[in-house]
Design a protein around this ligand. Structure first.
Ligand code: UD1
Ligand code: CA
Length: 457
């Protein structure tokens, strides 16, 4: 149940200067998902309250990404004058709540348990504001959390004295405010500091001067490290990978080398799945029980049934491989293709928008595009559906139990009836009736003694 007294404001308007890239920082992917997506998922799944995301720098791109979260409101900060300014700009939105949770957009690891106990602790402390802090051996770049007799306050790294920089407790960029207290002080932020910005953490010190309590809750570093540089992004990506892979192994997935497989956050694996080094599984892929994803296979939005084997170097995109089917090495299966039960797509085979029926085989060097293959079909090596005339794509239909000879060119649109066959090397331009053999090639002529005659010349 969303807590109607709590608003959640995510700050995502900043550029992320230290990433040295035009892409807004919150859209940088960790594995295959923008870092903002992790935080939003945590917050939306646990119904913390109404959620708004503040966008600004390259805001259209962030807004476009947010379309997959229809309940999230998008607010604009046209000019990015700092995190304090960001909260000022959003005031018309948060005015309606009793409490406001404010989060930096670059906190992909923050868990809902930590957030919940933070909000609880804030309520228990009866404070005007609370911030989440952590203790780290690498505090550079973070605001330092200082606890003086006048209360808690934050000094940004760039404004901190050498002694203050020795402090290892830092501000995580996660705050709860009593909005009534926040309203009283938010207008009083000043930008007289090293960055010429309005700092949100300065609100904490302002609370103290108002006689409103400010509270700092300490949580674990693992969940709170921000992402500010490309190097940190790579480190976070590796951590996220490690945690997902460990999680799947605990569920019974066999991973030969956990440091050599990559699994996206929205992938689902069944127990008994085996992942070999170099396997990458992305998007909404699903892999069924006892299936093997061999070395250097890449899956994106692939659905694999049970006991599917991808031997090595197989790429599957937006396609389904049913129980007991097999592919590879070096197969490319894409754009809504289907490999039926116990079917096989072998060496150097490409399937595009093609369905291969139960028990059918495309073992070597073939391209099947816009085709429907029935059951127990055999496609000879080097066969091709010629589905494209330079302008349009045309379908090929191959009936049950067809035997397509090696090197058959099927010029679409064309249909091979059930139980039909083609002679090796045929170019098939007309439909083949049920049970017939199509021979579409020049008849062979042998010229006796030809070699001897040529050598004599
Ligand atoms: C901020 C905190 C710092 C804390 C650190 C934790 C301030 C002034 N400092 O510093 O104390 O230790 O986070 O990572 O807040 N943003 C806007 N509008 C702006 C500026 C920023 O929406 O005008 C957003 C950014 O997109 C980002 C978040 O606010 O998601 C934090 O900005 P960032 O530049 O990462 O702040 P830090 O300098 O890291
Ligand atoms: Ca930051």
């Amino acid at each position: 149940m969303p807590d109607s007294t709590l608003g959640v404001l995510i700050l995502a308007a900043g550029k992320g200067t230290r990433m040295k890239s035009a892409l807004p920082k919150v859209l940088f992917p960790i594995l295959d998902k923008p870092m903002l997506g992790y935080l939003l998922k945590t917050i939306l799944e646990d119904g913390f309250g109404d959620v708004a995301v503040l966008v600004g720098h390259e805001g259209e791109r962030v807004r476009d990404y947010l379309r997959i979260f229809p309940s999230v409101e998008v607010l604009w900060q046209e000019e990015q004058l700092g995190t304090g300014h960001a909260v000022q700009v959003a005031r018309p939105w948060w005015g309606r709540f009793r409490q406001l949770l404010v989060l930096n957009g670059d906190l992909p690891f923050l868990s809902s348990d930590t957030l919940k106990s933070f909000v609880q602790e804030h309520r228990g402390a009866g404070a005007g504001c609370s911030l989440l802090s952590f203790v780290t051996e690498r505090p550079d770049g973070y605001g330092r959390v200082l606890r003086g007799p006048e209360g808690v306050f934050v000094v940004e790294h760039k404004d901190a004295s050498p002694e203050q920089r020795l402090v290892r407790e830092v501000n995580a960029g996660c705050y709860v405010f009593a909005t009534e207290a926040l309203s009283r002080v938010i207008g009083r932020l000043k930008n007289r500091n090293a960055q010429g910005e309005y700092y949100l953490p300065d609100v904490v010190a302002l609370m103290n001067t108002e006689g409103l309590k400010a509270h700092a809750a300490v949580a674990g570093e693992d969940e709170l490290l921000g992402v500010n540089t490309q190097a940190e992004l790579a480190e976070m990506t590796r951590r996220m990978r490690d945690s997902l892979v460990q999680g799947w192994m605990a569920m019974g997935v066999r991973v030969m080398d956990p440091s050599a497989v990559w699994i996206g956050p929205d992938v689902k694996l069944a127990p008994g799945v085996c992942l070999m080094p170099g396997a990458q599984i992305w998007g909404n892929s699903v892999v069924g029980e006892n299936s093997t994803v061999g070395p250097c296979c890449i899956l994106r939005n692939a659905v694999l049934g049970r006991e599917v084997t991808l031997t090595a170097h197989v790429i599957v995109e937006d396609s389904e491989l049913r129980d007991g089917s097999k592919a590879g090495p070096f197969a490319y299966i894409r754009e809504g293709s289907l490999l039926g039960e116990r079917a096989f797509a072998g060496k150097f085979v490409e399937l595009k928008k093609t369905s291969v029926g139960k028990g059918s085989k495309v073992p070597h060097l073939s391209y099947m595009g816009d085709a429907v293959l029935g059951e127990d079909v055999n496609i000879g090596a080097g066969s091709v559906t010629c589905n494209y005339d330079g302008k349009n794509k045309f379908p090929t239909k191959i009936g049950d139990r067809c035997f397509v000879g090696s090197d058959t060119m099927m010029v679409a649109p064309v249909t091979l009836g059930d139980d039909s066959a083609t002679a090796a090397g045929s170019t098939v331009t007309a439909d083949v009736p049920e049970g017939a053999l199509a021979v579409g090639r020049a008849r062979q002529k042998n010229i006796e003694g030809w070699t001897r005659a040529r050598r004599r010349r």
